[in-house]
Design a protein around this ligand. Sequence first.
Ligand code: FES
Length: 128
Amino acid sequence: MVVDTEQHRPEQGETVAIRIHADTDKYNRVMPDTTTAPFFIARVAPGDQQCDAWADQTLLSALEAGGIAWPSSCRNGTCRTCIGHLTEGQVRYEIEWPGLSADEKVQGCVLPCVAFAASDLTLQPGSL
Ligand code: FES
């Protein structure tokens, strides 16, 4: 299922159209597509913390469920409080364009509150 909606981005002072690849549960809530692998391992560097990162769970939720403290605020990809840098692995997004520039995405910046693990991965706090 594809859901077309809008997302307000206060940093850019604009509202943009976004497309979410999702499904709905029995309460008609929009849920992420869960057709990918069930879970991966998310590691936080430096250090040796790691947790299970389920394919249908945001990376931020996975970190929190694993007892790993990670900064967050809006939890919808707009404030960038949770920004991190991916040093290994891949993530996917349910929203077409999370609050990252194309350059930041190429450099490995991720927003764990709206990113889903797509492989085992290693994440560092903060941007480059
Ligand atoms: S918590 Fe705001 S962008 Fe992730």
